[in-house]
Design a protein around this ligand. Structure first.
Ligand SMILES: O=C(COP(=O)(O)O)N(O)CCCOP(=O)(O)O
Ligand SMILES: [Zn+2]
Length: 311
């Protein structure tokens, strides 16, 4: 069933587990994610960035947002697990408006690149707007480095826990993404993973709302190696070890953003399938292996985050 993200996350926050938020850009990832969540009897959050909405709507935010609401809501309403649809890294008010209007469960207003006061002001506005439409809101404090399509920043700026307390009180935001050292994409960390657990613990104590971990892909070696075996070049790919993510969940992370892991798993399956079936030209066949690998990553993540059986 199609639900509000806040309902999923408040339950997770109370019971100290986390729910993965998986990014999609197409039908195949959505099917693989939802079927994995059904198999694990788990709640799941589907999220689309502005880049995904632009891609699905061929540049038109209203078309792209409506496309995803109809696709996700249509599929979710036939299932007995809670499914929410979230706008990830909303920066452009046109996209945020399109998502709210189309019927997204929640939106992220990402004004983390702005000075604190400006981020607070913009977030407060969006919260008023979204809440009036029954839509919950995520915001970000501090900045993640790293690069994905539309989401990039030069360097990490870690969250200030005292600022987080003021920010949550003043804006009424429903869940918060504190930057604690992760980064987007497949090439995280120069050396060893370094997450600021102390800072995270302080933010949870001072805000007491569901928290979000961005840049949380683990970049599993098995899929990197398989993709490279069939011609990909992912040299130096490195993610967040699962154990570090589990520690973050214990300290109050309840939404875990995962995009890169699905991309690499799908890439490995697609490259393998196309190489081994040179005569195949039916996408319903040559996408299957990549979809299965995505489903495997989804089920593994639901398990280790403690979301399995929580539907
Ligand atoms: O936090 C994450 C994903 O982190 P990951 O790269 O570690 O999976 N996200 O918010 C996903 C951002 C995707 O943006 P785009 O569609 O523009 O490429
Ligand atoms: Zn992110």
């Amino acid at each position: 069933m199609y639900v509000n993200t806040k309902d999923i996350l408040e339950k997770a926050s109370k019971e100290f587990y986390a729910v993965p938020a998986f990014n999609i850009n197409n039908l195949e990832f959505l099917i693989a994610i939802l079927e994995g969540a059904v198999e694990k009897n788990a709640p799941v959050i589907i999220e689309t960035s502005e880049g995904a909405i632009k891609y699905a709507g061929n540049g038109d935010p209203i078309r792209g947002a409506k496309f995803f609401v109809n696709l996700v809501k249509g599929y979710a309403d036939t299932l007995n697990i809670p499914v929410a649809l979230h706008l990830d890294h909303g920066k452009n008010l046109e996209y945020i408006a399109a998502a709210i209007k189309a019927g997204y469960s929640s939106v992220m207003i990402d004004a983390s690149h702005e000075p604190f006061e400006e981020n607070l002001k913009i977030t407060k506005e969006v919260v008023k707007w979204a809440h009036a439409a029954g839509v919950s809101v995520e915001a970000e404090l501090g900045q993640l480095a790293g690069i994905e399509d539309n989401v990039s920043a030069e360097e990490n700026v870690l969250v200030d826990p005292q600022q987080a307390k003021i920010f949550v009180e003043e804006t009424g935001v429903d869940f918060l993404a504190p930057a604690i050292g992760t980064s987007h994409g497949a090439f995280k960390f120069k050396g060893e993973a370094k997450l600021d657990f102390e800072r995270l613990e302080k933010v949870k104590k001072l805000t007491n709302i569901p928290l979000v971990l961005h840049g949380a892909s683990s970049v599993p070696a098995k899929y990197v190696e398989l993709a490279e075996k069939y011609g990909a070049d992912l040299g130096g790919a490195k993610g967040v070890p699962a154990e570090e993510i589990k520690k973050c969940v214990k300290l109050g992370i309840n939404k875990v953003n995962t995009d890169t892991d699905l991309r690499i798993a799908f890439l490995a399956g697609l490259r393998k399938n196309l190489t081994e079936n040179v005569k195949e030209f039916d996408p319903r066949k040559y996408f299957k292996e990549g979809m299965q690998f995505v489903k495997d990553v989804v089920m593994d993540r639901l398990e280790f985050l403690g979301a399995s059986g929580k539907a």
